[in-house]
Design a protein around this ligand. Structure first.
Ligand SMILES: [Zn+2]
Length: 123
């Protein structure tokens, strides 16, 4: 028997797990808030994603959850290229967060107009 991989074909089919063959790791995020934001934006763009914790299985439980860097995964590896391109575009953009000079609403995200009153972003 060549190699030692006789059991490889016997693995049960597990959907929606990081070890699934169609899920693909997209990137590691510096914090959970950002990972969640990117995952949400990708979902809004029609790409199924999930956020996974990045600890290695051998040390899981030994490091606090907030020190485990989150990862964004795409559910289908066919979506990875498109998701990566979208993320590259978003990451090039400076993060927007500005206060509307007219109505004082805090506007966050890729908006150049106040969503409350329609005033343009100040220079
Ligand atoms: Zn406004």
């Amino acid at each position: 028997m060549p190699g030692g991989h006789a059991a490889a074909g016997a693995r049960p089919h597990v959907a929606r797990s990081p070890t699934s063959t169609t899920m693909k790791k997209l990137l590691q995020a510096p914090n959970l808030a950002l990972a969640t934001l990117w995952a949400d934006q990708l979902r809004a763009a029609g790409i199924a994603t999930s956020v996974q914790r990045a600890y290695a299985s051998s040390i899981a439980g030994e490091i606090p959850p907030d020190q485990a860097l989150p990862e964004v995964w795409v559910d289908e590896d066919a979506d990875q290229a498109r998701a990566a391109a979208l993320l590259a575009e978003w990451r090039r953009r400076p993060e927007r967060r500005w206060a509307c000079p007219r109505c004082h609403e805090i506007v966050e995200g890729p908006f150049e107009l106040c969503w409350n009153c329609g005033a343009p972003e100040p220079p």
